[in-house]
Structure formats: C-alpha cells, structure tokens
Design a protein around this ligand. Structure first.
Ligand SMILES: Cc1ncc(COP(=O)(O)O)c(C=O)c1O
Length: 463
C-alpha cells in the first residue's frame, strides 16, 4: 500500500513538472494534431492553402479591384427577385421532392426538351441540387468507382479534381494546346472584331486523348463554354471526341454547361453545340447547368443535371443522401424565371451585356502598359492573359511569411494585387501537378463585373 502511494505521488509530481514546463500543452496539441490527421484519406491535400484562401484576403487587405472570382457584381433580374419575394411569403417552406420541386423539374424539362430535341421526363431525366458544383459532386460520387479514371481537358475548373479524388477516382489530364496568341498590337490593329478567338486557339489534343482513354475510363468531362479559356467547343470537335469515346462502352461524357447562355461572336446564347445533341450520344451523356449563372445569382446554390434515366438515377441516389432537397421558394422562383426568361429577350440581352464587358476588359488589357497577350474568349466569364513578356520582381516569388516559393503566375498576381490594386487568378491552379508548368505564364481575369469596375482596373494597370 505504502509502495503504491509513493508511486502515485511520483506520477503526480511528474505531471506537475510537465505542466510547469509546458510539456502537457505540447503533448495535448500533438494528440489533437493526430486527431486532425485522422481525417479521411479522401481529403488528402485539402488542408493546403487554396488560390481563394490566398487571393480573397489579399484583395481585401489591398482594397484591390477584384477580377478574381467569377461572380457578377450586379443584382439578379427583377423578374427573379419579384418571384422570390412573392414565394418567400407563400412557401413552400417544408421539404420538397428531393430531386427538385414538381414545378421546377417541369420547367427544366420544358426548357431543355427543344434543346435536346426529345421530350424530357421531369422526374427521371432531371436532378436539381445545390448549384452546378453539387450536381458534379453527385455525378462523380454516384458514378465513379474507386480506381476508375476520369479524363479532364485542362486547364479546368478546380473543383473537378477534388471531387474525383473524394470519389476514389483517378483524374487523367489531356491538356488543351494553345495555338495562336493575340499580341496587344495584333488586337489594336484588328480593332474590335476578333478573328482569332480562344475557341480556335485552344486545340483538343486528340492524339493524347486516344492514348489516355481506356477500358477503365468512367468519365470524360467537357466544359463548354470553357472556364478558364473561354473556348466554345465546335460541333466537329465534339464529333471527333464522340468517335473516340464510342469505342469505350463504359465511358460516360459529363458536359459542364454552366455558361451555356454566355456565347458571343459565332453562337447565340444557349445555341452552342452540345455533346448530348450528337447522334447516339444522349444515352451516355449527363449535362450540368446552373441557375446561379443563368440569373446572375451565384449565391442561390441552384443547379441541375439533365440526362438519361440510366445515368440520372445514380446522380439522384447520391444526392438524396447528401443534399436531399433545395429551398422551396427558391426552386419555384427559378421555375418561374425559366418560364419568363425563355419568352423574353433576357438571354440575348444578358449575352450582349457580357460581350460588351468582355470587349471593355480586352480594351483595358490591350491598352495597358503591362505587356499582356491574350486569347479572346468566345463564351463564359473569363479572359486568360499570357504574361511571359512581363518581368516580375524576384521578391514576389517567395512568400514573405512562410518562405514558400511561388511560380510566376502566382508571383505576378501577388505583385498585381499589392502594387497595382487589381486581383487576377494564377492559372497553374487549373492544372494537375505534372502539367502545372503550362499555367505558369497565364493569369485569368473575370469580366462579369460592372463597367465602372472594369474601367477602374484599366486605370490601375497604368498607375
Ligand atoms: C466550369 C464551372 N462549372 C461549375 C461551376 C459551379 O457552378 P455553381 O455556382 O452553380 O455551383 C462553376 C463555377 O464557377 C464553373 O466555373
């Protein structure tokens, strides 16, 4: 007994000493770190800083004109706000049907039936979820088995790769190849009519695609209009892709068309070529759209997947246990917006507005003292600039706090934010590690910003 008491005292003293020396704190923090490290492997790498976590606070700190993130800085159209106000009072405020309220899925089926030249069934051909991003997640998680491959035509929207990883899939990259760049002088000489657009200048590498696709490829993803290049895939390109995909019966094509209404120059809004329209392609294609993009309301988190029942049923299965359903009044307001806007000039007006903003931004870039070379986007929200002729002070290549080394696109974007007060997004983030060098001389600017914002950015480029 005596011996035991002595042992307790010894342990007690040891603990007191550890507390005094701060060792306990250290031990506790190590064990909580271990707990954090117990996060699922599917999240590996997600704790690293993202381009958004670096540039959003930097933009606030330096009060920069933010042409980084792709959200319009104007309000949604009145007809949408009016419906939403009315329905917020009326409801429904309880759970709705999981895959979309009856009113919304009917409106979606009516909207896309003529586009896909077939009568869509509101219940089996549509799944409404929390924005395009959540539809994509339900597609990857609902369709990709661990170890199956997904082909991306990079540069590409940064959520794809993370979602594929969460599904246990393996992303394979087939980078688009930039062919022809417009120099500032080219564009000045040619004036506002751009003959070489991003659509012609970013080529699909069909040879690499043929080498990459195989019997284990579950999904090939096409994003048109494309973020970040602004390319709109033409029908011949889609047909060539179809010829390749046809040889692989298990391969599904996901077409991310969230910018479907923003086509300029050669295409009318919503009238771009779509993969599911190709002969024999419907049964293997699922398309993704976004009400947030359609109605300049990216915060409403409303999007839908459209496709054959044989694919949509798996998207619905994942969605029902992860999201379940969306806000009732918002769904029904979106239904009313779809009905109203397809009967009015809303989409033509919106595309014209964005085209004007694109031209305005290009003018600012072309007339800036910074030697930007650019690809003229034919759709979407963004323009990509080549910065290989820009010299960046070496101090911006190293993070002053962490000592971490930056690539040129990051160094340039940090310099631009701190010294000029304009935020851009470095493009290496849109490539996988093995192809990150392809993005190191590229930065992306958003033109879904008011004219005043774009003009202010132009002024700051030359300060
Ligand atoms: C190519 C692409 N797909 C999907 C999304 C997500 O759309 P949503 O805001 O509806 O989730 C975005 C958003 O920026 C995007 O650029």
């Amino acid at each position: 007994m005596m011996l035991l008491n002595n042992k307790y005292k010894l342990i007690q003293n040891q603990i007191l000493r550890l507390i005094k020396n701060n060792r306990i704190n250290y031990l506790m923090s190590t064990s909580s770190q271990q707990q954090i490290q117990r996060g699922a492997e599917r999240l590996n790498g997600f704790d690293k800083p993202t381009v958004w976590s670096i540039f959003s606070p930097l933009s606030v700190e330096y009060k920069s004109v933010n042409l980084g993130q792709g959200f319009p800085n104007w309000n949604p159209p009145d007809f949408f706000m009016d419906s939403l106000l009315k329905l917020t009072k009326e409801g429904p405020h309880q759970y709705t049907r999981a895959f979309g309220s009856p009113k919304l899925v009917k409106a979606i089926a009516d909207f896309y039936s003529p586009i896909f030249n077939r009568q869509l069934d509101a219940n089996t051909n549509v799944c409404v979820s929390a924005g395009g991003v959540s539809c994509l997640n339900s597609i990857f998680l609902g369709l990709v088995n661990p170890g199956e491959e997904v082909i991306l035509l990079d540069p590409s929207y940064d959520c794809y790769r993370a979602q594929i990883q969460m599904a246990g899939g393996i992303s394979k990259s087939v980078p688009l190849r930039p062919r022809q760049l417009n120099s500032q002088t080219d564009i000045k000489q040619r004036g506002p009519v751009y003959t070489v657009s991003a659509s012609d200048a970013w080529d699909v590498d069909f040879e690499l695609l043929e080498k990459t696709i195989n019997d284990n490829t579950k999904i090939l993803l096409i994003n048109t209009p494309h973020n970040p290049t602004g390319k709109v895939f033409n029908r011949q390109e889609l047909e060539r892709i179809h010829e390749i995909v046809k040889k692989y019966p298990k391969c599904i094509v996901v077409e991310d068309g969230v910018y479907e209404h923003l086509c300029f120059d050669n295409y009318e809004p919503l009238k771009l070529p779509r993969f599911a329209q190709l002969e024999g392609a419907w049964d293997r294609t699922v398309s993704v759209y976004s009400a947030g993009k359609l109605y300049s309301a990216t915060g409403i988190r409303m999007g839908w997947a459209v496709g054959p029942q044989s694919i949509i049923k798996y998207v619905q299965s994942f969605h029902q246990y992860s999201v379940f359903c969306q806000h009732g009044p918002m769904q029904d307001a979106t239904a009313e917006a779809l009905e109203l806007s397809s009967k009015s000039s809303y989409f033509t007006d919106t595309a014209q507005k964005l085209k004007n903003h694109r031209d305005l931004l290009i003018n600012q870039l072309v007339n800036s003292k910074i030697p930007f070379n650019i690809w003229v986007p034919e759709g979407g929200f963004f323009v990509i600039c080549d910065i290989s002729q820009v010299e960046v002070d070496p101090k911006y290549f190293v993070d002053e706090k962490t000592g971490e080394k930056y690539t040129k696109d990051y160094a340039f974007s940090i310099w631009l934010c701190k010294e000029k007060g304009v935020t851009a997004i470095p493009c290496s983030v849109f490539y996988p590690p093995e192809y990150q060098h392809l993005g190191q001389n590229l930065v992306r600017f958003a033109f879904c910003k008011t004219e005043d914002t774009i003009l202010e950015a132009g002024k700051r480029f030359n300060n």
